[in-house]
Write a protein that binds this ligand. Structure first.
Ligand SMILES: *Cc1c(COP(=O)(O)O)cnc(C)c1O
Length: 250
């Protein structure tokens, strides 16, 4: 593999990853009785593939998150095949085929409508994947118009649609992006509370009990863990600040 990184860069990423993992463990331990476990997704968007390889080789990290389909496709081709890729960007219908064709895509976290689920389901059928592709439904828990995702009130209907009509998808969880400056209520982030409530509604109605909660980023992952997150998505704390988004990369 023609990817190189310096020992200094690998050490920096390893230290950052270890710092986040330590906080993750401490936070879960502080909850005491809980049997909750949580996965750390290292969000590598707009960062070079060599950074990912450094985390893979030096820290043994395997879960990485990407936001842009073309960037994910390119990185997946040049990086080891046992990486677990999380697609966490806005999912366009015309890009579902490319995403479904990535052999080691682990989960698409950003399915935001029944229609998009159907498009992705068909793409998975065409790609002849051997197992159903895991998806999370992205929920707009703050109700802000500028945010993507379905409203909590519509999530059950989409979940029912996935379970009953999308045989190439596996409904595996719910995802939200918390407000950057939430007004905590009794110490709780209302976005994370809303995602929990949404999960309860769906699990009760569909008689299932294994849905994950993907919530928490660099600024709020500890709070998200305290409120039940099983999948945190941390970028800048691990890889440093990102270059400005360049449209052509999408
Ligand atoms: C970029 C991104 C992250 C990581 O954000 P940081 O603040 O850098 O940790 C997490 N989730 C989603 C959906 C993102 O787009």
């Amino acid at each position: 593999m023609g990817l190189t990184y310096t020992a200094e860069r690998a050490q920096e990423i390893a230290d950052n990853l270890a710092g986040v993992k330590a906080k993750l463990d401490e936070t879960l331990q502080s909850k005491g009785t809980s049997t909750q476990t949580a996965r750390l997704v290292a969000v590598s968007k707009l960062k070079p593939a060599s950074d990912i390889l450094a985390a893979y080789e030096k820290s043994g990290h395997r879960n990485f998150g990407e936001n842009y389909v073309q960037e994910l496709e390119e990185k997946s081709k040049e990086l080891p095949g046992d990486i677990k890729w999380h697609f966490i960007g806005s999912l366009q219908s015309n890009k579902c085929k490319v995403v479904a064709a990535i052999p080691n895509i682990f989960v698409v976290e950003t399915v935001d409508s029944a229609k998009k689920a159907t498009t992705l389901d068909k793409a998975c059928a065409a790609a002849a994947r051997s197992e159903p592709l895991r998806i999370f439904l992205q929920v707009n828990t703050s109700g802000e118009g500028s945010k993507s995702g379905m409203l909590p009130s519509g999530a059950l209907e989409v979940a029912q649609h996935v379970v009953s009509t999308c045989s190439h998808l596996k409904l595996a969880g719910l995802m939200t992006i918390g407000s950057p400056n939430p007004d905590l209520e009794n110490g709780e982030n209302p976005d994370f509370k809303a995602l929990n409530e949404c999960r309860t509604t769906i699990q009760d109605a569909l008689k299932i009990n294994d849905l994950e909660l993907s919530m928490g980023m660099s600024d709020d992952f500890e709070r998200a863990l305290l409120q039940g997150s099983t999948n945190i998505r941390v970028g800048s704390t691990i890889f440093g600040s990102r270059p400005p988004f360049n449209k052509t990369a999408a």
